[in-house]
Design a protein around this ligand. Structure first.
Ligand SMILES: Cc1ncc(COP(=O)(O)O)c(C=O)c1O
Ligand SMILES: N[C@@H](CCOP(=O)(O)O)C(=O)O
Length: 463
């Protein structure tokens, strides 16, 4: 199994090499050369399996010879052992034909734990075997950062630096990143928004001298391993609703396009997904692009669903690669236009290819809050604002005979202010985090400046 870059100019890598590299050296993102498929019989055989067994069968073909079966199975078991629900990703029924896939039972209460807990295990195993050490730098709008810190804190072979936008994450998210005491954890509050954090991270990857000097690694969803781990819950959900003998649709609250891209991979593998609905908040560049073909960035407007306050949606590049017939030059040209001019136009053929798989919708701030209120009143379900964006858009895209699954991407207690504003209820943190507000915070303020960030990282890592 080999991985190739979406810009066509970087060498193909194994799963382990692609995982440890993060971004390709031509600036592109790694994708599998070919996507392995599962037959209807393979999918039927998932019925009744545990989440861990399903994860093994779905992911195994992508891993190649990077890990033995036994090691890979053990690492999956360790990754999910700390989840607060036996099913790992349970589903509840919101309304006839509409289900909520709860992805917030991991240690940091967001869907990011599904991938991050696993790649923490995979990194540790691979780095120990290779006798190597890496510097992980991550960009976060709140959830990736806390999940990465939880997964990598205290590991010998890793330093982890998380860039988050100062003043633009919820207090719970910030405290999850700033209160761990392990010396290898560095929370960095950047003066800017999430797109600035992500842009500086990509700049570091493209500064080869720095990249090689600190042995830079990335755990954002630019890392293929992140996407792969998220493919699994599409299978577990669809199988429990009758796949492969029944089609299922999914609505995915979307920012960086990683989670919904995982659904697209599940579909390419053979899972009978009817529709994949991209749900955005008021920062709706993806909805506008799928509607008009114009991908044009504008100012980021802070919202009640801050983790999706994103304009430069990194994984969109992966789906454009397919939509343009896997033409790396065409993708590189679009990305150059994005960098120099703030946008690009998707060709008619590529747009048609995208629309074969994706529908889209947006939720305004008022609609998001109204959905939280209505879900609580009618179903007793307390939604986080991101999940509420999904539920609102899903309701507009449901078809009578196909079950719709909306991904509930975070626990409402991560966003207590918005949830209380909408529903009058302030959701408490789970017991194990009850003292989060008493713990001491530790973070570094930094300007939105590449060389200042590189200096900060150099000074902090062991020489
Ligand atoms: C709670 C929550 N929901 C949804 C999203 C969107 O996921 P993605 O970036 O994979 O589209 C994010 C982060 O981006 C998130 O933290
Ligand atoms: N919402 C994310 C943004 C980064 O997304 P990623 O999936 O690419 O890591 C966050 O919470 O940080």
């Amino acid at each position: 199994m080999r991985y190739i870059s979406t810009r066509g100019q970087a060498p193909a890598l194994s799963f382990e090499e692609a995982m440890l590299s993060g971004l390709a050296r031509d600036g592109g993102l790694y994708v599998p050369e070919t996507v392995p498929t599962m037959s209807a019989e393979d999918i039927r055989a998932l019925h009744g399996l545990s989440y861990e067994e399903t994860a093994f069968r779905v992911m195994r073909p992508f891993v190649g010879d990077s890990f033995t079966d036994e090691t890979f199975g053990d690492l999956i078991a360790k990754a999910y052992a700390g989840f607060g629900h036996g099913a790992r990703a349970p589903m509840v029924q919101l309304a006839p034909g509409h289900f909520l896939l709860e992805l917030f039972h991991g240690p940091t209460l967001a869907f990011k734990d599904f991938a991050m807990q696993l790649i923490g295990q995979l990194f540790e195993e691979a780095l120990t075997r290779r006798g190597e050490r890496v510097t992980i730098v991550g960009a976060t709008s709140g959830d990736t950062g806390s999940a990465a810190i939880e997964a990598f804190k205290g590991l010998d072979a890793v330093d982890v630096f998380i860039l988050y936008p100062h003043g633009r994450v919820s207090e719970v998210q910030r405290r999850q990143m700033t209160t761990p005491t392990e010396a290898n954890v560095h929370a960095v509050a950047l003066d800017g928004h999430f797109d600035d954090c992500q842009a500086r991270l990509k700049d570091m990857f493209n500064d080869f001298a720095f990249r090689d000097e600190v042995r830079l690694a990335g755990v954002n969803s630019i890392n293929w391993a992140r996407v792969l781990a998220q493919v699994v819950y599409y299978f577990s959900a669809a199988v429990s609703l009758g796949a492969p003998d029944r089609k299922v649709s999914f609505t995915v609250p979307t920012g960086n396009f990683g989670d919904v891209f995982a659904g697209y991979i599940a579909k390419k593998m053979g899972l009978p997904i009817d529709r994949l609905v991209v749900a955005t908040n008021q920062n709706d560049i993806l909805h506008r692009c799928l509607t008009s073909g114009d991908y044009v960035t504008s100012e980021v407007h802070p919202s009640v669903s801050p983790s999706m306050d994103i304009q430069v949606s990194s994984n969109f590049e992966r789906v454009l690669f397919d939509a343009y017939g896997r033409d790396g030059n065409a993708v590189a040209q679009l990305m150059d236009e994005l960098k120099s001019g703030g946008g690009f136009h998707v060709s008619q053929g590529a747009l048609q290819a995208l629309r074969e798989h994706f529908e889209s919708g947006r939720a305004s701030e008022d609609e998001t809050l109204a959905t939280i209120k209505a879900a609580r009143a009618s179903m007793g379900e307390l939604l986080c604002p991101h999940s509420a964006v999904g539920v609102k858009v899903a309701d507009e895209h449901r078809a009578p005979d196909t079950p719709m699954v909306t991904l509930a991407t975070a626990h409402p207690a991560k966003f207590p202010d918005a949830v209380e504003q909408a529903s009058g209820i302030r959701p408490p943190l789970p017991e194990r985090m009850a003292d989060l507000f008493d713990r001491e915070e530790r973070m570094t303020r930094a300007p939105n400046d590449l060389s200042a960030l590189e200096t900060l990282i150099r000074e902090r890592i062991p020489q």
